[in-house]
Design a protein around this ligand. Sequence first.
Ligand code: SF4
Ligand code: FE
Length: 485
Amino acid sequence: MALKTTQEYLDSLRKLDIKLYMFGELLENFVDHPIVRPSINSVAKSFELAADERYSELMTTTSNLSGETINRFTHLHQSTDDLVSKVQMLRMMGQKTASCFQRCVGMDAINALDSVTFEMDQQLGSVYHQRFRSFLQYVQDNDLVVDGAMTDPKGDRSLRPSEQADPDLYLRVVSESPDGIVVRGAKVHQTGAINSHEICVMPTIAMAELDKDYAVSFAVPSDTPGIFYIYGRQSCDTRKMEGSDMDVGNARYGGQEALVIFEDVFVPKERVFMLREYQFAGNLVERFAGYHRQSYGGCKVGVGDVLIGAAAMLADYNGAAKASHIKDKLIEMIHLNETLYSCGIACSCQGHRTSSGTFLINQLLANVCKQNVTRFPYEISRLAEDIAGGLMVTMPSEKDFRHPKIGPYIEKYFRGVQTVPTEHRMRMLRLVENMTLGCAAVGYRTESMHGAGSPQAQRIMISRQANLDYKKKLARVVAGIEEDN
Ligand code: SF4
Ligand code: FE
């Protein structure tokens, strides 16, 4: 069976020769670093749950390539049921980690590349699909984590890739030989890149002919010479180095974003999935983005479940649970969260088979899903902060709480209802702080805005997919202006 254990995953990360910089230093051992480790634990959860019989039905499936049992994160969706199961799996992972668990970007990249490379080969007579499928077979057989790397730095947004003052602001091909290509550039805010075995690069926007050196897609091991990483800071990140799980709020799990630099990296020919076929770049971007916008209808909902639960617990701890406005706020949070889920499920149910056999989501509904995600988690967070109260941001540290002289005062004055220990109330407040303002806010609040594309990117897709002319015709027919034919 092609499934790694959690331990095997951790061991495999230790074997990678990753060049990671944080706070101006090259890290010797990133796996045990207190700032990085929670993000590794989040990815490791995808291995742990796959091995747990309570969750394995959702977390694993049968490969259409090998017939073997594989982790669903490495699967090509073979039906609309598969698309629905993906959303359910991401919601469950969000519930367990209350953070970004990172492995979805690779799943979304492989699904997008599968159908696009198939269509490229059909139209061009190329061999990209075959190359891609052998890469994917290797990923599935070894239960690997893949970083789906799309976002380029983009420099001056009013200029095309080839027009930028610095030609490296979009990742590009700098030379080519019979054996492969050499690429240079960077991918920004890469989710889980350091926790990945492979980096799967795709272009970031639709390309024109003059940009063809930027129309490139490939996969390379994450420790390939020439690749290095600069860790993204998160709010309150150094709290993780203080050794207080109580002050962190979510001590076990977290997300991870990094700047990934490609300094003249060699990519062997058999790992190149697009090389200057600029006319297919837009399609690849749209499909990857569509899948990832569907993903947000699962992961953010699961994280939202934890936040709603935390707000409800705080209402209990404060003795406010019976107040009608509190009940109403919790209902509003649930309504918003389930609306996000409904969109994730709907775009999956309305998916369709592509020519390669891999199923694609309904693009209009996936973009509506993500557009809602750019708004609702903000309102859910606002309501959680409302219910939590101001103590969430004025509370002393765990060290004060444990102090023999001042600790008892904190115990006494920060108690809510008499039956609940003050420590429970403080832990729950820190969890809400973590999810709305702290490290997990990267995976919940601001990522809800910009992850899988900023709001305007979805609005462009919504306007393209909506068929406004058809709606106008409906109106003309009903108004008696023209016949229904
Ligand atoms: Fe997965 Fe959500 Fe993180 Fe994207 S933001 S990688 S969909 S958990
Ligand atoms: Fe994301």
